[in-house]
Ligand binder design. Structure first.
Ligand code: ADP
Ligand code: MG
Length: 336
């Protein structure tokens, strides 16, 4: 049995030029939190204050919602099955359950027991036996989570995993800090969860490379954006191989196995909702092209998307037709 573990931290990355205005004060930080590397750059008179606060708040958020962090709110909830959570944790839980309902169960924050039996939270990932998997699958049911104000109770044996939504919320937290500190331009990447603000200091938009899942050192296309959130999910981010089969960390809650719906990655873009981007990038990856397009067209929640398909297309929703340029190797497939 061969187990390969990869932590690919760059899912969306910045293509920087050299003409940035150096007259504006700037500050940067590299933070390791939520199991990923986070890079932050801000421009403005309060850049250092903003970056310092963002760093502190990111670490505090991790301490609150990471289910593997002993003593975190989610850790304690999972241990005891009932507890009173902070407003932040309750909001994330509510939004997770809501996205689960909207996506026909493609997103499920009660996926934790299944993640555990695959070993994705540990260093030893392996295919579970059918018996072990079906036991864990019986616990995946968002309707078992009862929320009453800030008091949360789980069904017997259930556990919560906010890994599919937490970094998007974190990006939003950073955005709010930057706004409060009058930051004029910024780029932030929290392990594939990108937030940009105000374009580059030379007036050009930020250029965000969408990683090519088939060639991880290259990109499949470039997204040009002044302000907004862009989040990518893909099975190539964390995976292992067993008996020649590749298994990855985005689980289809209807099967308990790695999602396998014909997509290489999903990038979700929103002007103002990073949390939405994170949850939907995971959910639409599970749903596959047809269901993802139907969901986008339904307009239930507003967002834009880029789907990279296994057959080599970049499916781009109408709001991004002018902002996403596909590289050679991907056939541009615009939808409206
Ligand atoms: P990453 O966290 O690697 O950037 P995602 O945002 O797609 O990627 O989140 C994947 C994480 O979400 C997994 O590591 C796991 O914690 C959790 N997860 C896996 N499958 C699902 C699912 N179907 N619904 C909700 N969360 C999921
Ligand atoms: Mg996600």
């Amino acid at each position: 049995m061969k187990i390969t573990k990869f932590y690919l931290l760059i899912l969306l990355f910045f293509i920087t030029g050299c003409s940035q205005d150096t007259a504006i004060p700037s500050a940067t930080a590299e933070v390791y939190a939520m199991d990923t590397v986070m890079n932050l750059t801000a421009y403005g008179d309060n850049a250092q204050v903003a970056i310092d606060q963002a760093e502190a708040d990111l670490l505090a958020l991790e301490a609150q919602i990471s289910r593997t962090r002993e003593g975190s709110e989610i850790y304690l909830l999972n241990q005891t099955g009932t507890s009173t959570l902070s407003d932040t944790a309750v909001e994330l839980l509510r939004r997770s359950i809501n996205y689960g309902a909207l996506t026909g169960g493609a997103f499920s924050c009660t996926i934790a027991p299944v993640m555990d039996v695959w070993g994705f939270t540990t260093d030893t990932m392996a295919v579970p036996s059918e018996a072990v998997l079906s036991q864990a699958m019986a616990l995946v049911d968002d309707t078992g989570v009862v929320i009453d104000g800030n008091a949360v109770t789980l069904g017997a044996g259930q556990a919560i995993d906010l890994g599919g939504i937490g970094k998007g919320y974190a990006a939003q937290l950073v955005a709010d800090i930057f706004t409060a500190q009058n930051i004029s331009n910024a780029m932030v990447s929290l392990g594939g969860n990108v937030y940009v603000l105000g374009g580059r200091t030379d007036g050009d938009p930020w250029r965000i490379g969408v990683q090519d899942p088939n060639n991880l050192s290259g990109y499949a296309g470039v997204l040009s954006m002044y302000t907004g959130f862009a989040v990518t999910s893909g099975g190539y981010q964390r995976f292992f191989e067993e008996n020649g089969v590749t298994y990855h960390h985005i689980i289809d809650p209807s099967t308990g196995y790695s999602a396998n719906a014909g997509l290489l990655s999903v990038t979700i873009v929103s002007p103002d909702d990073g949390t939405l981007c994170d949850a939907l990038s995971t959910a639409l990856y599970v749903m596959g092209e047809e269901a993802a397009i139907a969901f986008w067209r339904s307009g239930v929640v507003p967002f834009e998307m880029i789907l990279l398909t296994e057959d080599g297309r970049a499916v781009v929703s109408s709001g991004l037709h002018d902002t996403f340029i596909a590289e050679e190797g991907y056939i541009y497939d615009p939808i409206s």
